[in-house]
Design a protein around this ligand. Structure first.
Ligand SMILES: Nc1ncnc2c1ncn2[C@@H]1O[C@H](COP(=O)(O)OP(=O)(O)OP(=O)(O)O)[C@@H](O)[C@H]1O
Ligand SMILES: [Mg+2]
Length: 365
């Protein structure tokens, strides 16, 4: 049976961009306008972004660009991802791991990449309430520059670093029991940095410091998630340990080592509150307080959803969410599920589903 929807193969997307220029259109919007807004902008955007669109629209758009639809269509269609599973149009709960499902945070990204794109790498802290999007931001930072354009949305930047392949990223989540001890954490850091350590042997703090300061050759960013858990629960990660990490970052690695922390509280306050005196937490020259997405960013998130959400519903969702991404995602999910079940009244249930986020919504912008 012929597929109901089709998408452009990832390795053919560049042909579309060349064809667009060949058709004398400086932008996708110009292309849409040239053809009387039929099909609309969001369909055309999905087409250029390699996302599935209705089969007839796919054929029409290919032909308008002078391309053979069969020659550019991906073998798999109907919204199936590489592994044959459909990609959910919303993600509520787990952090965002696929860069194309991440929206906004442009300002924070500019600042964070500004600190790590040159040597010495500088340290930053991302401070945000529960469920505000801290982990998603850390993972995006780590993955965006090595994600090929074909796996991103049209216009999504991945050129923040000039030599992304030279960077090494180590993600540490202190909720994971494995890294709550000194040895566990040092082993995880050594492994992530690709530094050799004798199999089975447990490094002492001195040995760890020695190996890292002697052998670290690549710019390395250590992302520490839930650092509050490390400070309040992990007795082995004491002031002496944090001071050693500070020494590595500040004087012993020629500026090749930087830390980005994610926490619910300001790291200096956190250190005080948990009885730490370590100056480690004073090296975070930049801290980003995560707030809601801007209205434009929220619209991007909602505008990428299939099937298209009508403008009036989008306006209501934005108003209720105040732009908090987890609330936007929850409301989008509720809207789509109601559509599938042909329910017209969906707002009351949707409002009940966002009650868990009152700590974000009451705080506002
Ligand atoms: N930039 C984003 N784009 C789209 N959705 C996002 C984004 N950031 C967060 N979300 C949404 O918010 C939810 C929570 O994100 P995340 O897990 O990153 O937050 P967190 O601050 O790390 O939460 P916790 O305090 O529980 O660790 C995700 O499931 C997703 O729905
Ligand atoms: Mg998190």
């Amino acid at each position: 049976m012929a597929a109901r929807s089709l998408k452009v193969a990832a390795d053919k997307i560049h042909l579309l961009k060349t064809a667009l220029k060949g058709a004398g259109c400086p932008s996708m919007q110009a292309f849409v306008t040239q053809h009387g807004n039929e099909p609309g902008y969001s369909t055309v955007k999905n087409f250029f972004g390699g996302k599935p669109i209705d089969r007839l629209n796919f054929i029409e758009l290919s032909e308008r660009l002078g391309l053979n639809p069969e020659g550019i269509a991906a073998v798999e269609a109907d919204g199936k991802t590489e592994a044959g599973f459909e990609e959910s149009p919303f993600v509520v709960g787990p952090p965002i791991t696929k860069p194309r499902q991440f929206f906004g945070r442009e300002r924070e990204l500019r600042r964070l990449f500004g600190l790590i794109k040159r040597l010495p790498l500088q340290n930053a802290a991302i401070i945000g309430a529960r469920r505000s999007g801290k982990t998603s931001l850390l993972l995006y930072l780590m993955n965006i520059c090595t994600t090929p354009g074909a796996e991103l949305r049209p216009g999504q930047r991945n050129d923040w670093l000039s030599q992304p392949e030279r960077y090494c990223w180590v993600y540490v989540d202190f909720q994971d029991a494995k890294v709550q001890s000194r040895v566990g954490l040092m082993s995880c850091l050594l492994e992530g940095m690709g530094l050799a350590w004798r199999d089975g042997a447990e490094p002492s703090l001195e040995q760890f410091m020695d190996v890292v300061s002697r052998e670290l050759r690549r710019p390395t960013v250590v992302l520490m998630d839930e650092v509050g858990a490390a400070m309040s629960r992990c007795a082995e990660l004491d002031d002496g340990f944090w001071e050693s990490l500070r020494a590595l970052a500040t004087t012993q690695t020629n500026g090749l080592l930087g830390f980005v922390l994610a926490t619910a509280e300001n790291p200096v306050e956190l250190a005080k509150g948990t009885g730490h005196s370590s100056p480690f937490f004073n090296i975070f020259g930049y801290s980003a307080q995560l707030g809601p997405l801007t209205e434009d960013e929220a619209e991007d998130l909602m505008g990428a959803v299939e099937p298209v959400i009508p403008a009036e519903e989008m306006a209501w969702i934005y108003e209720k969410s105040l732009g908090w991404p987890v609330v936007l995602q929850t409301l989008v999910r509720e809207y789509l599920m109601a559509q599938e079940e042909l329910e017209i009244e969906w707002r009351q249930e949707a409002e009940a589903q966002i009650k868990d986020y009152s700590h974000l919504l009451e705080r506002g912008v």
